[in-house]
Design a protein around this ligand. Structure first.
Ligand SMILES: CC(C)(COP(=O)(O)OP(=O)(O)OC[C@H]1O[C@@H](n2cnc3c(N)ncnc32)[C@H](O)[C@@H]1OP(=O)(O)O)[C@@H](O)C(=O)NCCC(=O)NCCS
Length: 208
């Protein structure tokens, strides 16, 4: 049973990462496939993400999941808030019965240097540039995952990553917390983002 990581954040909010080693039939015996996904690996990732939901909370009603126009999956009665991410052979999910959540897992990639000006505010770019050269890619990976997790937490799409989601300087560690803010059309929410680095894999989640 390749549970890679689990964190019970509180009695009402839990998170886990699954390392996918099983065949599709393993997941299909536990959760339904709601939509056609032609690429076998993407289908496996999708199923593993869904599998984690009742893994974290036994009574999670996976059959009731609907997909919004923004592609955010949700439960119409909001019995649980949840968020899913996948990357290569890993699938992550966070589930909460009482607060909105967002999660992202990514492998570190130098490609982030090329696109950093698209998702970072000039103040965030200055923070990245203030790091030792060997550490900049680690900070970039965390900030990219941080913004993807915030995007999923918001869930309503149409977000300018550099202007509407802002993170504030933090000390790079194996795991830590980042102060952040989400601002869109008069809606302003302070957020605490949690990150954890596990070798090449970066995990960020929103949800306390
Ligand atoms: C939706 C998005 C965040 C997904 O990220 P990704 O790295 O491609 O993929 P991940 O594996 O981390 O996440 C995929 C999961 O996110 C969830 N998701 C998709 N759209 C979502 C949304 N609008 N809100 C919340 N969650 C969403 C789904 O659960 C999906 O998995 P599933 O289809 O198997 O259920 C990303 O594709 C996206 O659209 N980002 C915003 C685009 C943008 O404006 N970028 C500007 C950067 S400068």
């Amino acid at each position: 049973m390749p549970l890679f990581y689990q964190k019970n954040i509180s009695p009402t909010t839990k998170l886990a990462i699954w390392e996918i080693e099983e065949q599709e039939t393993f997941f299909l015996s536990k959760v339904p496939l709601h939509r056609e996904i032609t690429h076998p690996n993407k289908r496996l990732q999708h199923l593993a993400g869904r599998y984690l939901l009742p893994f974290l909370f036994k009574d999670f009603p996976t059959k009731e999941i609907e997909i919004a126009d923004t592609r955010k999956p949700f439960l119409p009665n909001e019995q649980y808030h949840f968020s899913i991410s996948h990357c290569n052979k890993f699938a992550a999910a966070i589930v909460s019965s009482d607060c909105r959540v967002g999660v992202d897992v990514e492998f570190t990639t130098p490609r982030l240097h090329k696109i950093k000006h698209k998702f970072l505010h000039p103040d965030e770019l200055r923070f990245v540039n203030s790091q030792l050269p060997g550490k900049q890619i680690d900070v970039l990976s965390i900030l990219w995952s941080a913004k993807e997790a915030m995007y999923k937490w918001y869930g309503e799409g149409l977000v300018d990553f550099s202007e509407m989601m802002r993170t504030f300087p933090f000390e790079l560690q194996r795991d830590g917390i980042i102060d952040a803010a989400f601002m869109k059309n008069g809606f302003h929410q302070k957020l605490l983002l949690n990150y954890r680095r596990m070798e090449e894999l970066t995990l960020v989640w929103v949800g306390s």
